[in-house]
Design a protein. Structure first.
Length: 402
């Protein structure tokens, strides 16, 4: 019996209720990474810093998340996953409490870094679900959890935007409470899930370099994901400041409205996995990346109105999230025994790209305003398309069977 077979053999029944909870938990935990974006103007006023420094909150959060993906997510390939998920969720609650109580901006940045570092639960839940689901339901199960994750990303901005009248500290305090409740529910609902065999932490981390070197598909899709998420973050991080010029006093609420509209883009992107199976991962990926590039053209031409920004945001969300799901469709078709490590490498590079995009968007806004933000975002999308064109040689565009 292969290690993959052994890993699948201890599967507990995956009920619809359990799958729904996994999707909710993925969305609720990933939301913590995005609450800040509509609140950056409020945070800037609270600590008397300019837009450039306030944008570092998003950079610190995403950089911490990239580090956490490398340091925490690989543990799932060598340790019991339920306990890891619960412990990490409790760490998120602690980190959010520290953000809430931050007395100055430097401590806020450190707490945001810690919060990003600990918010790795979504990427523990996806391989957990892939292992729990029977092979003939795996694609649908992972797709539902990914849909919960994507909706959590977008709705988090809407909730924090509309809830900004409460104050940014209360938003983070409420989020800490939600995480504590999620940890309690996970302890009650999740079945234990053991790896094929215990693997030492140092061995898990040491194997990451070998996986990166041996898997050309991993290198290609990690780059595509990083550039896509850089474009995504380049738009969303400075958006509240752009809206501050267009709608004085209403910027956070307008980001909330845009976030709700963006859900339509995420729902459209959920078709990506099915399309990838039918037409090939690389072709579908290229189509979604092209859509992201077109989004920035719309944002540049129509970025002085709420409808124009909303349409551009929906196109961008669909393009970036569709590419992301296409990337994961390819990677989860590789070896099941290393799913956590593949996830760790891919998502670490992905969020490193997000941190780069947040920084680029912040600097572009500070130096040259909205047109520069759109130019930077389009450049990231074009870089991904160029790399995709180069990378098709030697790779099968259709994912292999797991």
């Amino acid at each position: 019996m292969s290690s993959d077979d052994h890993l699948e053999g201890a599967r507990a029944p995956l009920s619809f209720g359990l799958l729904g909870f996994l999707a909710f938990m993925a969305g609720a935990t990933v939301a913590n990474l995005y609450y800040a974006q509509p609140l950056l103007a409020d945070i800037a006023r609270s600590f008397h810093v300019d837009a450039g420094r306030a944008g570092l909150v998003s950079v610190a959060t995403q950089a911490g998340y990239a580090a956490g993906l490398v340091l925490i997510v690989p543990l799932g390939d060598g340790h019991e996953r339920k306990g890891l998920i619960i412990a990490t969720t409790l760490l998120i609650a602690l980190a959010l409490a520290l953000v809430t109580l931050s007395p100055d901006f430097t401590i806020l940045l450190a707490a945001s870094l810690f919060m990003g570092l600990s918010t790795t639960v979504p990427q523990l839940l996806v391989p957990y679900t892939a292992t729990l689901a029977p092979p003939d339901r795996r694609g649908r199960a992972v797709g539902l959890v990914m849909s919960g994750l994507l909706i959590g990303i977008i709705v988090s901005r809407a909730l924090s935007g509309f809830g900004s009248f409460l104050g940014w500290r209360i938003i983070y305090g409420l989020a800490a409470g939600v995480m504590a409740l999620c940890a309690a529910a996970a302890a009650r609902l999740l079945p234990r899930q053991l790896p094929p065999e215990p693997v030492a932490y140092g061995t898990l981390l040491g194997s990451l370099r070998g996986l990166w070197r041996k898997e050309p598909a991993l290198r290609l899709h990690a780059f595509l994901g990083a550039m896509g998420f850089a474009a995504f973050s380049d738009f969303w991080t400075p958006l509240v400041f752009h809206y501050g010029h267009l709608f004085p006093g209403e910027a956070s609420r307008m980001v909330g409205i845009t976030g709700f509209i963006g859900v339509s883009g995420a729902l459209a992107a959920s078709l990506s996995g099915r399309l990838s199976e039918r037409h090939g991962v690389l072709a579908v990926n290229g189509a979604f990346l092209l859509l992201a590039g077109i989004a920035f053209l719309v944002l540049w031409l129509q970025g002085d109105s709420l409808p124009g920004v909303a349409v551009g945001a929906a196109l961008l969300d669909a393009g970036v999230q569709g590419s992301h799901i296409s990337n994961q469709t390819r990677l989860y078709a590789l070896r099941a025994s290393v799913r956590n490590r593949l996830t760790a490498i891919y998502m670490a590079v992905y969020f490193a790209g997000g941190a780069m995009g947040s920084l680029a968007g912040t600097l572009a806004w500070k130096e040259a305003g909205w047109p520069a933000v759109c130019a930077a975002g389009a450049a990231f999308a074009l870089a991904a398309l160029a790399r995709l064109a180069i990378g098709v040689h030697g790779l099968n565009s259709r994912p292999p069977r797991a």
